[in-house]
Design a protein around this ligand. Structure first.
Ligand SMILES: NC(=O)c1ccc[n+]([C@@H]2O[C@H](COP(=O)([O-])OP(=O)(O)OC[C@H]3O[C@@H](n4cnc5c(N)ncnc54)[C@H](O)[C@@H]3O)[C@@H](O)[C@H]2O)c1
Length: 674
């Protein structure tokens, strides 16, 4: 099999270069269960790399991120060697050696002689063209860029960079592979700086320019930047942490490709010549905070708009890159929309004019249209299979207005495609969908705009009803959390297929509200009245085994096999009413009305869940139980309407506010029953 055929799954990996990046990349692989060979040509570097990995694992145990057994198992997966020969059975080798073209090119030639023909070769270069590195290979189709971000074991962002020759199957395999090991991959064109450094480095550089021009002190620039971008460290502190020379080097590289605006500021050059970190202190400037804010925004947003205008990647990937890779509170395009596209155009024009750069076409278009479109849902098809993928892994794919709108649009598109027979709903990252956007609810409660919450819920209900009655078969693929609105979304699909890490639950009554997207009505229809009440009243989190027993899940597939395993299922043989009896909770909860007088706990089943039940908001609990009871005799449509009718009432309660706030503050809510 050659690189352009579908690659088999990646089970064995190699990393070459045991320095800062390579060791951390290997650490991540072994923590994710992959047998990993780490190679370095220098024994001393190899030993340093391995010691660093061991130390990080010990710290992970101390922080309780890892059990001692998991640490031992991870360590046992690591083979450290100075010989490339150990890579003879690798499915993927990531190169993280010195940033030197000849060193890398020679290494790849040597690797080709050792690894199997099916092995994917990847480079973690930050500045060389992937196409250029591939040109010396016998099989250039197998080479691809995988650009990690510091700290590579912890930072989830990976830019996947196909070169001119890279096989599509290689990109697809890596995309699935990185998602499976809990990274957030984005696919980026082979352009200098790729996507994220392309706007991050000019942002650092603009900070140095502001300082050099006396606009503000380093201290003020860092403070304004932290506040504007929602980050812990400003540009100067960041440069000190990762190395000031790297910023200079990266800026110089970008300038070669893109011109004077990108060229290193004189202050940055001087600082590197001094060989010292920045002094972050007050003084030495006018402290014009408005200009600092505007110029930093203009540099980041303007270049991000260039990136998308030049088709390096899409706006959604840029935003994800900024949030996940740089830990900005919002991505550049979310910031453009928050600022107003016209205002963004104005400030970018003001900065870019000085450098004779045009305002990027995307920004001009956004200013005309009013906003940049950010895809929060990806919809695509592949023969008879249609896909709707929620694209916000760092927000656990929480439902919001845009997600609901885009799911509905994607559904329409796939329904119109006659080739599509089945539509699979899935989430990116660790969640299918972990509920709805709590902040949206709180903001609208604060603004006294319960209508907006009602309209959002109504649109959600419409979407879910469409998923349930679509002429296409709809399947929720639950690989992770399906909570609250996410579980309701899954329940509206014709089938639910889960992986071993699925977790299902209704936390609503614990946060002052009830499931309002059909949860009180579809759940009893999928399982039984008693089980529906049990789940909604206790908020019990179900693993895949329990969820299957209750009839919430139709089939289980292993994560590793993923979507392929799902597609191989005989769907028509699945589903149907939940089989069997569910025992005690079903009987005990079938007649539960939500009232928790002390007598209720005489029943041993209620006693068992006493702690959970007494933590619930009493109004929400009673209303949810009432809705299940009253909906029982109704047709589903009418039952869903009934559920909507109490929505504004519940969101107007003090307990809803208290409960929703408790999610953000993580404080224990105290309910007053009003
Ligand atoms: N440091 C970062 O933040 C960062 C971020 C993204 C990408 N990168 C890229 O990752 C790569 C590695 O960077 P680093 O910071 O880890 O470098 P580093 O200098 O810390 O480590 C490089 C290691 O490679 C080893 N090495 C060199 N030539 C070798 C060869 N032919 N065979 C085997 N081992 C060899 C060296 O002994 C050294 O241990 C570079 O291409 C860099 O541009 C770095």
């Amino acid at each position: 099999m050659s690189g352009d055929e579908r690659q088999r799954k990646i089970a064995r990996v190699g990393v070459v270069g045991a320095g800062t990046m390579g060791a951390a990349i290997a650490q991540h692989f072994i923590m994710k269960g992959l047998p990993t060979v780490l190679v370095d040509s220098q024994t001393a570097s190899l030993e340093r790399g391995v010691a660093g990995i061991r130390q990080s694992l010990v710290e992970a145990v101390q922080r309780r991120v890892l059990t001692p057994e998991a640490k031992d198992a991870a360590e046992a997966r690591l083979t450290a060697t100075t010989s490339l020969d150990a890579l003879g059975s690798a499915d993927l080798v990531v190169e993280a050696v010195f940033e030197n073209l000849d060193v890398k090119a020679n290494l790849f030639r040597a690797l080709e002689a050792v690894v199997p023909a099916t092995c994917i070769l990847a480079t973690n270069t930050s500045s060389f063209s992937v196409s250029r590195l591939a040109s010396g290979l016998r099989d250039p189709k197998r080479l691809v860029g995988v650009h990690y971000f510091y700290h590579a074991a912890k930072n989830k962002l990976v830019e996947i960079i196909p070169g001119d020759a890279t096989a599509l199957a290689v990109v697809q395999t890596l995309r699935e592979f990185y998602a499976l090991i809990d990274k957030s991959p984005i696919v980026v064109r082979d352009a200098p700086g790729f996507a994220v450094n392309r706007f991050f480095v000019p942002w650092l550089n603009e900070a140095a320019r502001l300082f050099e021009e006396g606009v503000a002190s380093t201290e003020v620039i860092d403070r304004v930047a932290a506040a504007t971008f929602g980050i812990g460290m400003g540009p100067f502190a960041l440069m000190n942490a990762t190395g000031v020379p790297i910023a200079l080097h990266s800026a110089a590289n970008l300038a070669e490709a893109y011109g004077a605006f990108y060229a290193p500021a004189a202050a940055l050059k001087r600082q590197v010549e001094k060989g010292e970190p920045w002094v972050i202190a007050a003084g030495g400037g006018k402290d014009d905070e408005g200009t600092v804010r505007e110029r930093l925004l203009a540099a980041a947003l303007g270049v991000a708009a260039q990136v998308v205008s030049e088709d390096v990647t899409d706006a959604t990937s840029v935003d994800l890159g900024a949030r996940v890779g740089l830990r900005w509170a919002k991505g550049p395009f979310e910031m453009i929309n928050a600022l107003g596209a016209r205002e963004a155009q104005r400030i970018v024009a003001r900065l870019f004019e000085k450098w004779s750069m045009p305002v990027p076409p995307l920004l001009l278009e956004a200013a005309r249209a009013g906003a940049v479109r950010i895809e929060q849902v990806r919809a695509w098809s592949d023969g008879p299979w249609g896909y709707l993928e929620l694209n916000r892994p760092d927000s656990m794919n929480a439902l919001n207005e845009a997600v609901v709108t885009q799911l509905a649009e994607g559904l329409s598109r796939l329904e119109r495609d006659p080739a599509v027979k089945t539509i699979i709903l899935k989430g990116q990252g660790k969640a299918f969908v972990a509920g709805a956007d709590i902040k949206f609810f709180l903001d609208n409660i604060a603004a006294n705009d319960l209508d907006r919450i009602y309209k959002f819920t109504e649109a959600g209900q419409r979407l879910l009803s469409r998923l349930g009655t679509s002429p296409k078969r709809t399947i929720a693929y639950i690989d992770g959390l399906a909570l609250g609105g996410g579980l309701e979304l899954a329940l509206s699909c014709r089938y639910r297929v889960a992986t071993e890490r699925a977790v299902l639950g209704f936390p609503e009554t614990g946060i002052g509200i009830y499931p309002g997207l059909g949860g009180t009505q579809r759940t009893p229809r999928v399982t039984s009245k008693g089980i529906a009440k049990f789940l909604i009243a206790t908020g019990q989190m179900l693993d895949v085994k329990a969820a299957t027993e209750f009839g919430l899940i139709d089939a289980v597939v292993a994560r590793e096999g993923g979507l392929e395993a799902l597609k191989a299922l005989d769907l028509d043989a699945l589903g149907g009413p939940a089989a069997g009896k569910h025992g005690q909770p079903e009987e005990a909860f079938a007649t539960f009305d939500g009232r928790l007088d002390p007598a209720a706990f005489a029943n041993p089943v209620f006693k068992k869940y006493e702690k959970q039940l007494t933590r619930k908001a009493p109004l929400a609990l009673a209303k949810a139980m009432e809705l299940v009871d009253r909906g029982e005799a109704l047709a589903l449509d009418e039952a869903l309407l009934l559920e909507m009718q109490a929505l504004k009432w519940i969101f107007a309660t003090q307990d809803a506010k208290t409960g929703l706030e408790s999610v953000l503050t993580r404080a224990k809510p105290i309910y007053v029953g009003a």
